[in-house]
Design a protein around this ligand. Structure first.
Ligand code: 6GU
Length: 259
């Protein structure tokens, strides 16, 4: 996968040289190219922003600079373009999977109040352009959001994770544990500062371990993400699940009358 990033702070992307993303680049799975937007500014101050039409606080990134930068980086190609912004569609595991299947992604990082909207209109007529938010909070710019998205996408690329199956039972991956958070994990020693590892995990009884893990996943989902619990499909719950949820006084949505 080729990944281009345009930003006025290319230094933000140093973490892409290390760990999992660094390995993916060494292995040739990922080709990351970071570009300084100011290279395409022509005035002595290399200005990239201006005051907003209609008034209001902050500054808006100028369309001409972005247009020249994007034309150069895109050339005759057609990357999928992502514009990080708190006003975008949510970045989810599903979107990460969709983007991991693309051969070429281009991230256009805005600072200040954002990029002049005509830039998205112009390139949206030629490329698939998505404005994307990583959550309901406001960052100072899109750079950190791009790091988040790049890592979520990068770990899904074939050959990036050591164990080929490491990504399959993630909390938000499709499958049996879909929409359940993962439960707690333990390693040696069996007692640490008086805290014991739950005995079932030492029992060697695979069926009991699986049941215990599922109970923990349900408890954690109810406690931390009640809206995910409310969206659980009753059809995916067995009688143990139902009994646990009842114990925890959790009201399941009514069964579909068609079944
Ligand atoms: Cl993608 N950008 C900024 N600036 N803030 C955000 C965000 C993105 N996602 C959540 N907050």
């Amino acid at each position: 996968m080729r990944l281009d990033i345009i930003s006025i702070f290319p230094e933000y992307f140093a973490p892409l040289d290390v760990s999992l993303m660094g390995k993916a680049r060494e292995r040739g799975i990922l080709d990351v190219r970071v570009h300084q937007l100011r290279e395409w500014a022509h005035d002595v101050h290399r200005t990239v922003d201006d005051t907003p039409y209609g008034g209001g606080p902050g500054m808006v990134m100028k369309p001409e600079v972005w247009g020249e930068a994007l034309d150069t980086v895109i050339g005759d190609g057609s990357p999928r373009m992502i514009v990080p912004t708190p006003s975008g569609r949510p970045f989810t595991q599903e979107l990460a999977q969709e983007l991991a299947a693309e051969p070429w992604l281009l991230f256009a990082c805005g600072r200040y109040e954002g990029i002049d909207s005509r830039v998205m209109a112009e390139y949206g007529a030629r490329l698939r352009v998505d404005e994307v938010s990583i959550g309901d909070y406001v960052l100072a710019g899109g750079e950190v959001a791009v790091l988040v998205m790049a890592e979520a996408i990068g770990r899904l690329l074939p050959g990036v994770l050591g164990n080929a199956h490491s990504a399959v039972d993630d909390s938000f991956a499709p499958g049996a544990m879909r929409n359940l958070l993962e439960g707690p994990v333990y390693t040696k020693p069996p007692v640490w500062r008086g805290h014991e590892v739950p005995a079932v995990l030492l029992s060697g009884h695979h069926g009991k371990v699986a049941r215990w893990r599922r109970d923990q996943a349900l408890r954690r989902t109810l406690a931390n993400r009640p809206e995910l619990a409310a969206a659980l499909d009753p059809e995916t719950l067995d009688k143990h699940d139902r009994r646990l949820l009842e114990e925890l006084a959790f009201r399941l949505p009514p069964e579909d009358m068609a079944h």
